[in-house]
Design a binder for this molecule. Sequence first.
Ligand code: NI
Length: 134
Amino acid sequence: MRLTSRYRFSASHRLDTPALTPEENRKLYGKCNNPHGHGHDYLLEITVDGPVDQDGQVVNRQALDAVVRERVLARLDHKNLNVDIPELEGSVATTENLATVVEGALAEGWTLPARLAKVRISETARNTFELEVA
Ligand code: NI
């Protein structure tokens, strides 16, 4: 059985890689390279899977919400991803890299019986990034 729970957080970022010149960064990332950053209302979807337990649930949703809140939302919500998230230091604050950070943060504190199966982050209504957990 699979369950997907949805959460929201807001954060700002700027896409810029130090390996490139300012001109090359502007060309590569367009307006996402604007010097002072910009914000998104991200939609985070966490999927777990496993057998249905004796309570008829794949996971205790309050326990799942608590893990996501403590491990992820408390660290990302209303933050500047370029400066507030140590795991992103040295990487570009793309949503691809952010999904990997979220997966790592959840995996580290994961004690739920259901398996963490997928991390999905929608940056805008047009772009969704999906990380399948092996
Ligand atoms: Ni952006």
